[in-house]
Design a protein around this ligand. Structure first.
Ligand SMILES: Cc1cc2nc3c(=O)[nH]c(=O)nc-3n(C[C@H](O)[C@H](O)[C@H](O)COP(=O)(O)O)c2cc1C
Length: 205
């Protein structure tokens, strides 16, 4: 049997810092994924326990959390404010790897969101004004018309819409999954410990 995990360097004994492992896997994915290596599923939940999931882009990560940006008035925005927990899942097909992250969320401070918004392409900034994300839209023409209106309204710098925001998922658990032969995959879960640091455990695949 080929030792795929050996080939990819995934050994429980060597994996002590899930952030370092995540960084390495993300760097690998940047080299081999066709596009959007930072695309991740974001699961949110209503207060009465109905989940929903969609893709967002991971824009930054460190020990404090995993950051993404969105419209705070979207479905996810409402669900995140009502139930401040989220789950993330990244799947890198080119590497046959999955990472799951779960934890509480917080909203990023306005200075952070402003700084990120400023770096966006002008038309993405205009789009953030034009789109009532997750609301019914009568026609594509209406969206294009609104885009033109905001282009005229903001000929120079485009301010950040007040509802446009960002969230941070603080990792309480991080799980790494590496495909191996005959479905005998490697699966490691890390739990953040109260006093700092992580405990780790191998799971049946
Ligand atoms: C590859 C990819 C990246 C995306 N990135 C984002 C993102 O960073 N932020 C965002 O608000 N929506 C992003 N979307 C769109 C979302 O998946 C979703 O359609 C939208 O945010 C509305 O979700 P909601 O109605 O559940 O709030 C992305 C979609 C894809 C396929």
């Amino acid at each position: 049997m080929t030792d795929v995990s050996e080939r990819n360097g995934l050994k429980l004994a060597d994996a002590n810092d899930p952030l370092a492992l995540f960084t390495r896997w993300m760097d690998d994915a940047k080299v081999s994924e066709l596009n959007d290596p930072n695309a991740m599923s974001l699961a949110t939940c209503t207060p009465d326990g109905r989940p929903s999931v969609r893709i967002v882009l991971l824009k930054r990560f460190n020990e404090r959390g995993f950051a993404f940006y969105t419209n705070g008035e979207s479905r996810k925005g409402h669900e995140l404010r009502e139930n401040q927990h989220a789950a993330l899942c990244l799947h890198w097909k080119s590497r046959q790897r999955q990472v799951r992250i779960e934890g509480p969320i917080s909203e990023l401070p306005p200075e952070d969101v402003d700084a990120y918004f400023k770096r966006r392409h002008r038309m993405s900034q205009i789009g953030a004004w034009a789109s009532h994300q997750s609301q019914p839209l009568a026609s594509r023409e209406e969206l294009l018309k609104r885009t033109e209106e905001f282009e005229k309204k903001f000929p120079g710098e485009v301010p950040r819409p007040p509802y446009w925001t960002g969230f941070l998922v603080k990792p309480e658990t991080m799980e790494f999954w590496q495909e191996r032969e005959y479905r005998l995959h490697d699966r490691f879960v890390f739990h953040a410990e109260a006093g700092g640091g992580w405990s780790k455990q191998r799971l049946y695949p």
